[in-house]
Design a protein around this ligand. Structure first.
Ligand SMILES: Cc1cc2nc3c(=O)[nH]c(=O)nc-3n(C[C@H](O)[C@H](O)[C@H](O)COP(=O)(O)OP(=O)(O)OC[C@H]3O[C@@H](n4cnc5c(N)ncnc54)[C@H](O)[C@@H]3O)c2cc1C
Length: 376
């Protein structure tokens, strides 16, 4: 069953495909080698309007829904998972401000999301899985708050200009504030030297007596845990789509190579052992796609989607590592070389067993949801 897209949605997907094939895919391996985006890539991404895709029209966005937004991210990930991750980090942060920002904050900030990149910082060096372990704080001052602390491993960190940050407003109380990199006391730290998603800037920020007005609080004081959880849910749908895109990329490379490479005068694609790998990659890709599509559909319908989104990422991340490993094996010796893209695709996929909540945490969440359904 193919999703029936509207004409504007089809145009968006066609534009994403064209842009990816012309502007991203040719530089994907270079990004993995140089650990950075090529000059001009981010500017082009902004000019082409990709930051605006899910932003409502009242704020200057294109106003597309969650399903086509994720489908577009999947298409981009087929050429560059790094760029797809940058968009994912931006969209989930914009979504959090849309859901929890005051009208004043939304009016002031969201029109800027068309040309300034946003990010969400929860993790600290003391640990990412257990938010109560963070040490950043916000203290009440007249008419606002004073923020102090340090966030690490933020997707788009060092590139983004607007950050949602999770901080403690009490010993056992978490809240989320929005800060701008132009605020006094805001500074950047180091960019992570991660083994995958090497194009994406992922890095550290410092907050030293950063003063924000009251309306920079998202939701209510003490609602930070729930806001962080919702941001993760939104992110996991998009990450499911990124993983499906990575697998489409790996499958396309492996199938082409299997048609061209011969052994004993026969294309290796005619050998059952190789065919089995191609089939397994396809099964892994389709199952992941079905999961993220189901989660995105539930979100679009206003139904619960947390568990579905967790399944899309928990299943998709391991499935994608296995799929890239299968594709690497089709290439064999060349697959193991950094001159070819299979190893970096596998490491891109591997990041998503960690980012936006580890697979361990997600399995706990899925199991808890199932246990709850059977409670007396
Ligand atoms: C590519 C990438 C992008 C990222 N982007 C962002 C971002 O945009 N914003 C951001 O805030 N962070 C980001 N992170 C950080 C990421 O969210 C954390 O790495 C992740 O939450 C795990 O935290 P940790 O690394 O501190 O590991 P820890 O929390 O120290 O966990 C270590 C191990 O213990 C397990 N564990 C810990 N607690 C539990 C538990 N309660 N139940 C079950 N298992 C548990 C974990 O699953 C893991 O295997 C990113 C990370 C990566 C790799």
């Amino acid at each position: 069953m193919e999703r029936q897209w509207t004409e504007p949605e089809q145009m968006l997907l066609r534009m994403a495909a064209k842009y990816t094939d012309a502007e991203l895919a040719p530089y994907d391996l270079e990004m993995a080698h140089t650990n950075r985006y090529p000059d001009g890539l981010v500017e082009k991404l902004i000019q082409t309007g990709f930051l605006t895709v899910m932003l409502p029209t009242e704020y200057g966005g294109a106003g597309f829904g969650p399903e086509v937004t994720a489908a577009m991210i999947e298409r981009i990930a087929k050429g560059s998972a790094s760029v797809a991750a940058t968009l994912e980090g931006h969209y989930k942060s914009v979504d959090a401000i849309l859901k929890y920002g005051t009208d004043a904050l939304k009016k002031a900030l969201l029109p800027q999301a068309t040309h300034r990149i946003f990010a969400f910082g929860m993790t600290e060096s003391t640990g990412g899985s257990n938010p109560m372990g963070i040490q950043s704080t916000a203290k009440r001052v007249a008419g606002g708050w004073l923020l102090n602390g340090n966030k690490v491993m933020i997707t788009n960190g060092t590139l983004a200009e607007v950050y949602c940050v999770l901080v403690k407003t009490g010993e056992q109380e978490l809240s989320v504030f929005v800060v701008d990199n132009s605020m006094p006391g805001f500074s950047f730290g180091k960019r992570e030297d991660f083994i995958g998603l090497r194009g994406t800037p992922i890095g550290e920020i410092f907050l030293s007596d950063v003063r924000v007005d009251d309306d920079h609080l998202l939701g209510r004081v003490g609602q930070g845990g729930a806001i962080g959880d919702h941001a993760h849910d939104d992110a996991r749908i998009l990450m499911g789509a990124v993983l499906s895109g990575i697998m489409q990329h790996a499958l396309s490379l492996a199938a082409k190579y299997a048609n061209e490479r011969t052994a004993l005068g026969t294309p290796i694609g005619q050998m059952q052992a190789i065919q089995r790998k191609l089939a397994d990659i396809k099964i892994n890709q389709e199952t992941t796609q079905l999961l993220w599509e189901r989660a995105a559909y539930a979100k679009a319908q206003g139904q619960p989607y947390s568990e579905l989104a967790a399944m899309a990422k928990a299943h998709g991340s391991r499935a994608a590592v296995a799929a890239c490993d299968d594709a690497l094996q089709v290439y064999a010796g060349y697959g193991y070389s950094n001159d070819y893209p299979l190893a970096h695709l596998m490491l891109d996929a591997r990041a998503l067993e960690i980012a936006e909540g580890t697979v361990e945490k997600m399995r706990t969440a899925i199991a808890q949801a199932e246990l709850k359904k059977e409670e007396a």
